[in-house]
Each structure stands twice: as structure tokens, then as C-alpha cells.
Design a protein around this ligand. Structure first.
Ligand code: FAD
Length: 520
């Protein structure tokens, strides 16, 4: 059988992640051409990830020191939510599984009689490390031991969904998106991916309605067996040429715009916070992503409530004088998903497939997940169309699940001081969420009562949001009133002690990454 010819259109994070991964998975079994335009910019944001991204780099055979300094990358232990409950309040959603005591999650014991009013500090070691801005590795590279394994071989070959529940790696990464695309360009080209710069002017279909070739001014016609649409929000192949409909989520998630700034910072003075911060605002929220040498920041908002100029003004005030000379990037977001991400001989990956707004940093996770699924169902000999259906089901589930999780953030936030926040109490909910919420109010989320398909978010993530946002009344399990809490109190004490011990022993991120840089 001859090699499969794959044409990837688009050279943003999605295009280069896909090219690198497919080439690593299939080697010379696939012949890959990636074409990217020098006239159409990449979206230029997308710098915080999920902890599972670790498996992407592992799959490519890359160690952290191979790529992190080149991408000004840092560690992310959690998302820190500020002001979602009330001004001055914060809590963390960390990469750390919830412990259980006598069959009940520690959060349940915390609801019964937690030692302090900070569920995150009482239930997770990571919250203390974030508050004290600590690095998750010692200066000699040793990882803090938190009951997870660093042994790549133990998990090699598992997809993210197979991996979930087996272990929780304690951090994700922040990185500069443009630098990662550059790094992966070299990685892929060195391994035989053909890289073209040019503009796809037309997508030509054959008589059956499949894509026959894409037409470029610079390189003529590019033929392929499989076309991968990584053209971002445009969806040039999947939505425009093949007319696959886009299903909007705007009825449940109204944020449709963002304004972003890349702000240089003196990290030696300022330090590098080991988390992404999401700070609630009058009509949305602002992200702050600390990188080595700058922060990425942006206001995500809904145009129904705020004009772009006002959003930019608020963002600039939030950042202060460091942003005075920096140009703002205004972005219109398409929130929702393409109905079938794999349609005919075209697979959409990245923003062309879908996007559920930046809260909880799921964009790159979607890309990674889609690539894994594509490898699993890749059209080799004996391929059946049912495989395309299974791919589409997996993509639909992951995005619809994340949609539900993000809706919960807005619904559960106690804040209601502006029209935007008041409306979060009455907005339509995705099917199923209202019913699940009723259950969570009497029994914290568990694997039996959250969104029933893999979507990257384990039940403890739901607990964090419910407990942290503060707008929904929760009760401990009724049974706990009858149980002895000695073991739970011991666990709270262990977490406190472990946090203090690690704060003493661990370096700051700035010190750690300064050492990792070439020539240091
Ligand atoms: P793009 O970056 O838009 O790339 C599109 C590519 O297609 C470009 O190379 C372009 O040149 C090419 N192209 C377009 N038309 C043509 C043509 N005619 N011919 C040839 N080439 C063409 N994700 C996270 O995981 N974490 C985050 O913190 C995060 N924050 C985000 C914040 C915002 C405001 C937004 C909008 C998104 C965020 N995302 C985040 C999502 C993340 O940015 C994207 O998932 C990621 O950048 C992938 O984008 P892409 O490659 O699909 O599209």
C-alpha cells in the first residue's frame, strides 16, 4: 500500500502539533505537507495548558530542558480564581487529585467541619505552594512526591482518556505560543514534514464531494488523501468548502471577544507565579499567564455587555504602566463546535473544530485530544466509515463536557454586582446540568454523576469550582454526621504539614528556570 498523503492547512499551534505528532506516530507511513499563510496571522494567544500536555511532549520524545527554555515556558500548578465570589477572595483549582478518607472525598469532610474557611488550602498541598509561589521541582530537578508517577514507561502508549484516574500529574505548562510553533516547525521539518509558505486560495472538491486538492498561488495544486483543517476560526476547509455547520454555544456561554496584551516583565523582581490567574471583571474576566520574561494577559468579555474600547481600557488599567507601549490584539471568538469535526476526507483540529472560551485553558487540550483520536482512527487499510463516527463522537463529547464545566463556573459564582453577573443566574443551561446540579447540592460530584463521557475534567475539578465560587449552597453527605472524623482531621493536618515542609524546601520558579536556561 502506498503512503497516506496528508495535507495540513494552517501553521498555528494546531497545525504544528498535528504535523509533529502524526510524523512521530507513523513515521514514513504518512507523507505530510503543511502549508501556512504569511498573510493570515495565527491567533497569537493560547499559552496555558492542562497537565496532560505532558504526554504530548513525552510522545515526541522531548524532555523539558529540550523545549521549555526555547519557549520561555513555566510551570502551572493550578488556576487561581480571583474575585469570582467577592472582591479580594481567591481560590485554586489545582492539578491534584482529591484525597478520600473512609470512602468520602476530603471536601465532603471539609463541608462537615473543615479546619479553616479555605477548602483549597485544607484539601490540597498545591494551594500553599501557589500562595507562596513555589516551583514543583527542586533545583536538582527532583519532582515533589505527591502520589503520581514520573515513569514515562508506565503510561507510554495510553491516550489521555485511558490515563485519567490512574494518576494526576501535578503541573501543566505556560509557554509562548509563537515560540512553540517555531520549535515544533523545526522538530517536524527535521523529521521529514514538507513545509510550504503560501495562501490557499481555493478548495477544490471532486465529484463525490470530497476534497480533491487545495489551490495555492505559490505552489499550485496540493493533492492529498486526507486534509487537516488547522485554519483557525475561519474553518476554511471544513466549514467554508465542505459546508459543515458550526454549532454555536453562545446561548449558554456569551463571551465572544477578547483583547490581549503581551507585557514584558522583570521576573527577577516580580517573581513567576506558578499558576494561571483568572480575575473576574464587570463583564467577564482577565487572564494572567506568567512566562519567563513576560506575562500574557487578556480580558475575555461579551460584546452584549461591553465595547472593545472599554475592555482595552480596563485591561490597561489592570496591568498598569508596563503595558503603555504594548499594542493590543483584539480577537472575535467563535464559541462552539463544528458539527462533525471529521467530514468526508477532512479533519478539523484546533479552532476550526471548536473552542469553548479560554477559561480553564482547554484549547490546546482539545488539539491534543483530537490528534490522539485521529491516530486511533487513522484511515489505514481496512478502515471503516464507522471509525469517523467514533472520532466525531469523542470530539463532540469532549467539547460538550467542557461547555458544561465552564457554564458551572458562571452559574456557581456568587458575584452578582453587575448586569453581566446577574444574568448568569438566569441564563439557559446545557441539557443535563440543572439536574446534575440538584444532585451535587446533596452529594458532591463523583464519577457517577458528572458529565458521563470523557472530557478531561475529573469529578474533583467540579468540587473545586462548586466550593470555590460560593454561589451554590452545598451540604456534606448525610452519612458523615454519623461518622468519626478523626482520620479526616489527621489528613487535613498532614496536608498542612506537607505544605509547610515543601515551602521550606522548594525554590521559586524564577530561580529554577534561570538555572535551566542555556549558559546558566
Ligand atoms: P490559528 O492560530 O488561528 O492558526 C491558523 C493558521 O491557519 C495560521 O497559520 C494561518 O496562517 C493559517 N491560514 C489561515 N488561512 C489560510 C489560508 N487561506 N492559507 C494558508 N494558511 C491559512 N488555548 C489554551 O489551551 N490555553 C489558553 O490559555 C488559551 N487562551 C486563548 C485565549 C483566546 C482569547 C483565544 C481566542 C484562544 C485561546 N486558546 C487557548 C486557544 C488557542 O489559542 C488555540 O487553540 C490555538 O492557538 C490553536 O489555534 P489554531 O492553530 O487552531 O489557529
Amino acid at each position: 500500500m502506498r503512503n497516506r498523503k496528508v495535507v495540513i492547512v494552517g501553521g498555528g499551534t494546531a497545525g504544528w502539533m498535528t504535523a509533529s505528532y502524526l510524523r512521530t506516530a507513523f513515521g514514513a507511513g504518512v507523507d505530510i505537507t503543511l502549508i501556512e499563510s504569511d498573510k493570515v496571522n495565527t491567533v497569537g494567544v493560547g499559552e496555558a495548558t492542562f497537565s496532560d500536555i505532558r504526554h504530548f511532549f513525552q510522545f515526541l520524545g522531548l524532555e523539558e530542558q529540550d523545549w521549555m527554555p526555547a519557549c520561555n515556558a513555566t510551570y502551572k500548578l493550578a488556576v487561581r480564581f480571583e474575585n469570582w465570589r467577592r472582591p479580594g477572595h481567591h481560590f485554586y483549582h489545582p492539578f491534584e487529585q482529591m484525597r478520600s478518607v473512609n470512602g468520602f472525598p476530603l471536601a465532603d469532610w471539609w463541608l462537615r467541619n473543615g479546619p479553616t474557611d479555605r477548602f483549597d488550602r485544607d484539601c490540597f498541598v498545591m494551594a500553599a505552594l501557589c500562595d507562596e509561589e513555589r516551583n514543583p521541582r527542586h533545583l536538582d530537578g527532583r519532582l515533589i512526591g505527591q502520589g503520581f508517577s514520573e515513569n514515562a514507561e508506565e503510561f507510554a502508549g495510553l491516550t489521555m482518556s485511558e490515563h485519567q484516574g490512574k494518576t494526576q500529574f501535578p503541573y501543566a505548562y505556560h509557554f509562548e505560543a509563537a515560540l512553540l510553533a517555531k520549535f515544533l516547525t523545526k522538530f517536524a521539518v527535521d523529521r521529514g514534514v514538507r513545509h510550504l509558505v503560501g495562501n490557499v486560495e481555493d478548495v477544490v472538491l471532486n465529484q463525490q464531494g470530497d476534497i480533491d486538492h487545495v489551490l495555492t498561488a505559490e505552489h499550485g495544486a496540493l493533492h492529498g488523501d486526507l486534509f487537516i483543517d488547522c485554519t483557525g476560526f475561519r474553518g476554511l476547509l471544513i466549514n467554508k468548502a465542505l459546508e459543515e455547520p458550526f454549532i454555536s454555544y453562545s446561548d449558554v456561554l456569551p463571551n465572544d471577544s477578547a483583547v490581549a496584551l503581551q507585557v514584558p516583565q522583570d521576573m527577577e523582581k516580580r517573581g513567576i507565579r506558578p499558576c494561571t490567574t483568572a480575575t473576574a471583571q464587570d463583564a467577564g474576566w482577565i487572564w494572567t499567564i506568567p512566562l519567563y520574561g513576560r506575562i500574557g494577559t487578556g480580558y475575555v468579555y461579551a460584546r452584549d455587555y461591553l465595547e472593545p474600547e472599554q475592555a482595552e481600557r480596563v485591561l490597561r488599567e489592570f496591568v498598569g504602566p508596563a503595558a503603555a507601549e504594548v499594542e493590543a490584539n483584539h480577537i472575535r471568538m467563535r464559541i462552539g463546535r463544528t458539527r462533525n469535526a471529521w467530514t468526508r476526507n477532512c479533519v478539523a483540529i484546533g479552532l476550526s473544530s471548536g473552542f469553548v472560551e479560554p477559561l480553564e485553558s482547554t484549547g490546546i487540550f482539545f488539539i491534543h485530544h483530537a490528534i490522539e483520536q485521529l491516530v486511533k482512527y487513522f484511515p489505514g487499510p481496512g478502515w471503516e466509515p464507522t471509525m469517523r463516527t467514533m472520532f466525531n463522537d469523542a470530539i463532540r463529547h469532549v467539547m460538550d463536557g467542557v461547555r458544561e464545566f465552564l457554564c458551572l463556573h458562571y452559574l456557581a459564582a456568587a458575584r452578582d454586582d453587575t448586569q453581566y453577573w446577574k444574568d448568569t443566574n438566569t441564563r439557559r443551561l446545557p441539557d443535563g446540568l440543572a439536574e446534575r446540579l440538584e444532585r451535587w447540592q446533596v452529594q458532591l460530584p463523583d464519577s457517577e454523576n458528572v458529565f458521563p463521557y470523557y472530557h478531561g475534567l475529573p469529578p474533583y475539578s467540579y468540587m473545586c469550582i462548586l466550593l470555590g465560587m460560593g454561589g451554590i449552597a452545598l451540604k456534606p453527605s448525610a452519612a458523615l454526621a454519623l461518622a468519626d472524623d478523626t482520620a479526616a482531621l489527621k489528613e487535613f493536618q498532614y496536608i498542612r504539614d506537607r505544605g509547610s515542609e515543601l515551602i521550606e524546601a522548594l525554590p521559586t520558579q524564577y530561580d529554577y528556570f534561570t538555572r535551566m536556561r542555556p549558559g546558566a
